[in-house]
Write a protein that binds this ligand. Structure first.
Ligand code: LLP
Length: 410
């Protein structure tokens, strides 16, 4: 794999996102007990990965007009049960409202206003209700999507207003959905299952499906445990079976992971461009910044790194404590930091300018959260296979960067 990454870097330049599609397929297979696996494409919305998902029988979720159009570009077509595409958000902007109404894409409503606005233009539209059960959790406060401090979902004690909109516009209630945050912990798993049962009973309406949302963790740190998918399934399957016996018909069980399907498939390959000391501290500077990989700067997340010679040979040795940083003109452009921004270290072997530093498990929320800050073009993306790397998104050019601006030169 290291040799393949080095080949890809030599051919397409750095920084470079590289994905191994076999890892994605293997991840999908692990979730096969669920009736519907719905990929939360915000984790990585490259149309080639979406196409891979579709060919593997995975449905998709979209949270914006752009994501909806990406799903269509990857060959997803609205219609059918389960719906190949569901739109999930807390609001509908005007262009998106028009498009979901036109395509009849089911809407997973995160606010009563969405139901009202949708009902007015598209009576009878298929909808889900995303419920905020009153609690949440996340690997960071920024990824906790439940409880009274979260903007997500319809508050569990306020469903009456949504039900009024359902009735007034004859909206077709497909199912109930809960996503309380990213990063599983089993205490919350049981609470959210209980909350779902309680809500479904209180609702007093027939539903055809329930969604467990996303949030399945991946082991970013060496030795961190894998999520127990069977335990996860069994808890939700019990909810489903309860509901089936109450309704007297089948209820589909959906899961909506993003990270779990793609994180481990992806690496960010960067090149060492400078090394220096700041008093006692060793700094290694690479040509990827937080505009490429934002997670460390935003959440204090850590990604495993390895150092390779330009031909892909791993650099030997345990390594010495190193601050790993990027090229941006901002002190936070450091890949080794704590959640409060305090500088931290990673053991890195001796490297030379021209070596590669590979950031592992960056297939989720890597490329999809990149920006062009400091006017740095978006990096290229490749798919890896035995035949070699294949370009699936070219590197942005400087011309692309300025293409939207009116010419400034007189
Ligand atoms: N469903 C809904 C409604 C969501 O809001 C999300 C993620 C997911 C599913 C998928 O969650 P996952 O399985 O990937 O944990 N940028 C952050 C993660 C933000 C997640 C936002 N919503 C990160 O880099 O960790």
């Amino acid at each position: 794999m290291s040799e393949l990454l080095a080949r890809a870097a030599a051919e397409f330049g750095t920084p470079l996102w590289a994905y191994d599609p076999d890892v994605v397929r293997e991840r999908i297979a692990r979730l096969s007990r669920f009736d519907v696996v719905r990929y939360a494409q915000k984790a990585n919305s490259n149309t080639h990965l979406l196409r891979l998902m579709r060919e593997a029988g995975v449905c998709v979720d979209a949270v914006s007009l752009g994501e909806l159009e990406r799903a269509l570009a990857a060959g997803y077509r609205p219609g059918g049960d389960p719906s190949p595409v569901v739109f999930t958000a807390d609001l509908l902007d005007r262009p998106t409202l028009r498009r979901v109404a036109e395509l009849k894409v089911p809407v997973n409503a995160g606010s009563p206003d969405m139901l009202e606005q949708l009902g007015r233009v598209s009576p009878g539209h298929p909808v889900w209700l995303r419920i905020n059960p009153g609690f949440g959790h996340g690997h960071s406060n920024k990824t906790n999507t439940g409880g009274p401090h979260s903007k997500h979902g319809i508050w569990h004690e306020d469903l009456h207003e949504s039900l009024r909109h359902l009735d007034r516009y004859g909206l077709d209630l497909v199912g109930l959905h809960m996503h309380i945050g990213s990063g599983v912990d089993y205490a919350h798993l049981e609470s959210v299952c209980e909350a779902m049962l309680k809500q479904a009973r209180m609702l007093g309406r027939d539903i055809r499906a329930v969604s467990a949302g996303g949030g399945l963790s991946v082991p970013y740190e060496p030795g961190a445990p894998e999520v127990d998918v069977d335990r996860y399934f069994d808890s939700w399957d019990a909810v489903r079976r309860e509901l089936e016996s109450e309704f007297g018909h089948a209820v589909q069980l959906e899961i909506e992971p993003g990270r779990y399907l793609v994180a481990g498939s992806g690496t960010l390959v960067s090149e060492v461009r400078a090394e220096k000391r700041m008093g006692p501290n060793r700094f290694v500077l690479v040509d990827a910044g937080f505009n490429d990989l934002m997670r460390p700067a935003l959440y204090g997340s850590r990604h495993r790194v390895t150092a390779l010679a330009p031909d892909g040979t791993p650099r030997p040795g345990e390594g010495t404590d190193t601050v790993l940083a990027g090229p941006l003109c901002e002190s936070g452009d450091i890949f080794t930091q704590q959640a409060d921004g305090a500088v931290d270290f990673v053991p890195l072997p001796a490297v030379e300018v021209g070596d590669l530093v590979v950031f592992h498990d960056t297939g989720a929320y890597g490329a999809s959260m990149s920006s062009t800050y400091n006017s740095r073009p978006l990096a290229a993306e490749v798919l890896l296979s035995a035949e070699g790397p294949r370009l699936i998104r070219r590197r942005q050019t400087i011309e692309d960067l300025m293409a939207l601006e009116e010419p400034a030169e007189a």
